[in-house]
Design a protein around this ligand. Structure first.
Ligand SMILES: [Zn+2]
Length: 430
């Protein structure tokens, strides 16, 4: 009988898949075991060859070298030999915003989900959205569970920019009422075009955030402001210092205060790159998730001309030349770098720009391991995440399976085979 024959073949197939001790196939127990890959776990330890990652209920149940981890008899076995597993990337400074194409005012649940799925497809599994966040984002954050298939989000609410102590405190209070994870302030004069938040005002914001057990992230541009913010207790430097070379005093302050430095190099790129048609408009890794209508808008001759003539574009182009060596100096000085891009605003493409940022960090002189740490374990500790960023027992199973080794070349972060969030494979498109 055909059915009998198939039953026998199937049973012997199952038996051959099960653990050595048992002759009978164990029933599936809902766990998954990824085996055979090289593992970079984000803790700073060396990569492990021939590793096993066991996932159950969205979290890592066991992880380590094959000879130290027992695969449950009922696990679904996934052979990832020859590949590399790294923790999902954490963008410590992004914006999950109301931008759709190049247009604002589309702040709604559907658009937020679109962006979180886009980040996820590129391997960005958590985004710290530093400003412009509303109740819809808070609801999405609060709904994250073991069924998640898109990037995680934490939020800062509205950026605090008040011009009196009372105004600043009211803005901080409104964010606290919203249920934010971070307070974000903006201390910048837009290359001399506006008024900066004064030390009195930023101290008021920092103190009120701390009274409410919230960390505060500072948007800044100038070295002197960055130092003042550190002295006042800012918990996060959300951009590169871009007016001059950083000095030892600044690096010492970062280390003494245990504050991380977030370069956002691609933010600078976005201000001037559309003066002409960027090379990457022909990059398949970009085009796979790009909207051709948006590219046409950016290629518009008049638009390109206005970027060419923009004093801000010229200013930030120069600022990038300051930011790159500053990143190297801060990293060499032993302060912690937090990977972040400031993506989300129009023309700062979520997902693709994170990979551009990784590559620019390499251009600045950081090693692949330094860059990976900044985007995984270090990123998590910089912004206070306790259950993502490293692949350790008990953490969420957020990871990327890569076809090529990113420790050999950070560009290999592009060779994505699959992205998992809470043990769920992120769908190719939505
Ligand atoms: Zn930002």
């Amino acid at each position: 009988m055909r059915t009998t024959l198939w039953a026998i073949v199937f049973a012997s197939f199952l038996a051959s898949c099960s653990s050595q001790e048992s002759d009978e196939a164990a029933p599936p127990d809902g766990s998954q075991a990824f085996f055979g890959a090289t593992l970079f776990d984000g803790t700073g330890a060396d990569a492990i060859a021939n590793a096993v990652v066991v996932v159950r209920d969205g979290r890592i149940e066991a992880v380590g070298a094959a000879d130290s981890v027992e695969i449950p008899a009922g696990a679904e076995r996934i052979d990832v030999s020859g590949k590399t597993i790294v923790p999902g990337l954490i963008n410590t400074h992004g914006h999950v915003s109301g931008v759709l194409g190049l247009e604002g005012n589309h702040y709604n649940r559907e658009n937020l989900l679109r962006q979180l799925s886009l980040y996820a497809r590129y391997g960005v599994t958590t985004v710290n959205s530093l400003g412009g966040d509303g109740v819809e984002a808070v609801a999405l954050r609060d709904a994250e569970d073991a069924n998640l298939e898109r990037a995680r989000i934490t939020v800062a609410g509205e950026v605090v920019t008040g011009t009196t102590v009372e105004e600043v405190q009211a803005q901080v209070d409104a964010n606290i009422a919203l249920g934010v994870d971070f307070i974000k302030i903006r201390v910048d004069d837009n290359l001399g075009a506006g008024e900066k938040m004064t030390p009195e005002l930023y101290r008021a914001a920092i103190d009120l955030a701390h009274e409410n057990d919230l960390k505060l992230a500072s948007h800044m541009f100038y070295l002197d402001d960055a130092k003042g913010l550190l002295e006042a207790g800012s918990d996060f430097i959300a951009h590169s210092v871009r007016d001059q070379q950083v000095d030892d005093e600044f690096i010492t302050l970062l280390k003494e205060k245990n504050v991380c430095y977030c370069p956002t190099l691609t933010r600078e790129v976005s201000t001037f790159v559309y003066e002409s048609v960027p090379d990457w408009f022909e990059d398949p890794f970009f085009l796979k998730d790009a909207d051709s209508a948006v590219l046409e808008q950016l290629k518009d001759a008049e638009r390109m001309q206005s970027v060419q003539q923009s004093p801000a574009a010229k200013g930030y182009k120069k600022a990038l030349e300051v930011a790159l060596p500053n990143l190297k100096k801060v990293a060499d000085g032993g302060a912690t770098i937090a990977f972040g891009t400031d993506t989300g605003p129009a023309g700062r493409f979520q997902g693709y720009f994170e990979h551009m940022e990784l590559e620019m960090m390499a251009d600045a002189g950081l090693s692949p391991k330094q860059i990976l740490m900044s985007a995984t374990g270090d990123a998590a500790s910089c912004v206070g995440y306790s259950d993502v960023g490293t692949l350790e027992t008990g953490k969420w199973a957020d990871f990327i399976i890569l076809n090529e080794d990113p420790l050999a070349d950070i560009r290999n972060m592009r060779s994505i085979d699959a992205v998992y969030i809470a043990g769920n494979q992120v769908p190719d498109d939505t």
